[in-house]
Design a protein around this ligand. Structure first.
Ligand code: GLN
Length: 289
């Protein structure tokens, strides 16, 4: 038995774990403790915890201790749990995909706003990773179907399993290919959360990100904008006239990405949207007809 945990109630144990997480600089310690507890003790642990003499079993302690050690060593919680909630979905995640961020739900919101008068259509998601953006969008737009593209074969395997989890295999198609080789066209909507961190800034990201998440999903080249230049240069190849697009951006990139779009001459109604922390997080617009 973990020596510090002997005789503790579930409530006391949860407090002790939250303190340990906080002590290594994990700010969302309480929320993370809840998720770890739900994993080991089951989803109704929060009722059990109210009973003062509820104690964990030895088997549960043996299960919990190594999970906590991994988190204290700054492995992402999503990798330890093997899943992450995004939008209304519970998605599988692992080291092959970027863990979906809460901020990325803004991209889904913008995509839904852009298409609120279009009950049917086809959407393309470039750099789909876990499939989070495409699957969340399709879960809200029953008349739409779509394709998610990623250059990483293992990422596409995760996305396909997530389509199964979400019950969306009929409408979500995932393909492993390079964007440059993509010959599909006439989509009604293009979405992307591309890599947008400047290469030299990756080493400044939290350990969870820089050591555990796929660099290819983060690295946007010297100034972080390589993917946008490529996306924008090909918009008219992939989108039908009047088709909409929305990209997630780094919070300092709105002006530069808007400029890249303006230079093409074929994008209109360009707008930016704020994330949960009031940072510019999404740029969207429409193709000129
Ligand atoms: N938002 C992510 C991060 O800061 C980066 C995502 C991306 O490059 N698309 O870790």
């Amino acid at each position: 038995m973990h020596q510090n945990w002997a005789g503790l109630s579930l409530a006391a144990l949860s407090q002790q774990i939250a303190q340990q997480l906080l002590a290594v600089g994990i700010l969302e310690a309480e929320q993370e403790t809840k998720l770890l507890f739900s994993k080991v003790f089951g989803p109704d642990v929060w009722q059990q915890i109210l009973e003062p003499d509820q104690q964990p079993t030895q088997k549960q302690i043996i299960e919990l201790a190594p999970l906590l050690q991994r988190r204290l060593a700054r492995e992402p919680l999503s990798h330890i749990l093997g899943e992450k909630g995004f939008w209304t979905l519970d998605l599988e995640v692992n080291t092959d995909v970027l863990t979906p961020r809460a901020d990325t739900e803004k991209l889904v919101e913008v995509a839904l706003a852009l298409t609120h008068e279009q009950p049917t259509g086809r959407v393309l998601d470039l750099g789909t990773g876990s499939g989070a953006v495409l699957l969340a969008f399709l879960s809200e737009r029953a008349g739409w179907s779509g394709t998610g593209i990623d250059i990483s074969d293992p990422a596409i395997a995760v996305a396909k399993r997530n389509a199964t989890r979400a019950g969306l295999t009929q409408r979500a198609n995932f393909i492993c290919t390079n964007w440059a080789k993509l010959d599909g066209s006439d989509y009604d909507l293009l979405l992307s959360n591309p890599p947008y961190i400047a290469s030299q800034e990756i080493d400044e990201l939290p350990i969870e990100v820089r050591q555990h998440e796929p660099r290819i999903a983060l690295d946007g080249g010297d100034d972080g904008l390589d993917a946008y230049r490529f996306l924008v240069a090909h918009l008219d190849k992939w989108l039908r006239p009047n088709g909409g697009f929305a990209f997630e951006i780094g919070c300092t990139q709105a002006q530069q990405v808007t400029q890249i779009l303006e230079q093409t001459g074929f994008a209109r109604a360009i707008a930016t949207h704020l994330d949960l922390a009031d940072r510019e997080r999404v740029v969207c617009g429409q193709m000129e007809h």
